[in-house]
Design a binder for this molecule. Sequence first.
Ligand SMILES: Nc1ncnc2c1ncn2[C@@H]1O[C@H](COP(=O)(O)OP(=O)(O)O)[C@@H](O)[C@H]1O
Ligand SMILES: [Mg+2]
Length: 228
Amino acid sequence: MKEVVRVEGLRKVYGSGETEVVALSDANMTLREGEVSAVLGPSGSGKTTMLMCLGCIVEPTAGRMFIGGEEIYGDGSWKRRDLRRLRREKMGFIFQSHNLIPFLNVLENVVIASELTGVPRKEAEAGAMELLEYLEVAHRAAKFPATLSGGEMQRVAIARALVHDPSLILADEPTAALDTDRGKKVVALLKNLAKKRGVGVIVVTHDIRMVEGFDRVYHMKDGSILDE
Ligand SMILES: Nc1ncnc2c1ncn2[C@@H]1O[C@H](COP(=O)(O)OP(=O)(O)O)[C@@H](O)[C@H]1O
Ligand SMILES: [Mg+2]
């Protein structure tokens, strides 16, 4: 299977001098098409930093990062200029804070992610509704985010991350706001997507119950990956 992500000796240091924090230290990771990997570790171990680097949102300090075989970061700098486009076309983000757009309704929030990559409106709407139905929030399609429960907002955010068919899904504690059943359903959906569409999925979590049946589990502590 083709490689979606490869990280070699990745390092991230925040701040300098007295306030220096080594958030990521010599991290190695490979993810192939159709694989679901988990990054597991306690709070402060560097999980979110790892994900933000992979998402090209946070610039690493050293090491190398390849996405779809292309070197994205190396020799101390980004290797590609249009990181925004790379994110928009290839990646789907599911973060702790859902970041829904408050003045768009649920359907529009999902559709916009698809439209941004050039999918026609009608097609984008059909794809969005299909995902909203699967995630059991289709009945909220015409509502605004502020009127939803936390769990509903998270499920809408998940639909939005998936709708444009990304090749890499980066999920940071995606089930934190959900009850166990819904959480498991979300994990099952992500696994299914990986298998059916060859998407690579990385799920960051501190909840060991969620990582059952994952292809790989990376354990993190104090910025280091201990084992796989
Ligand atoms: N923007 C930042 N500036 C300074 N330190 C940060 C920043 N983000 C994270 N850190 C620090 O880096 C370490 C790893 O954080 P993080 O990646 O958020 O871990 P996790 O997601 O596992 O809780 C922590 O010590 C945290 O305080
Ligand atoms: Mg975190």
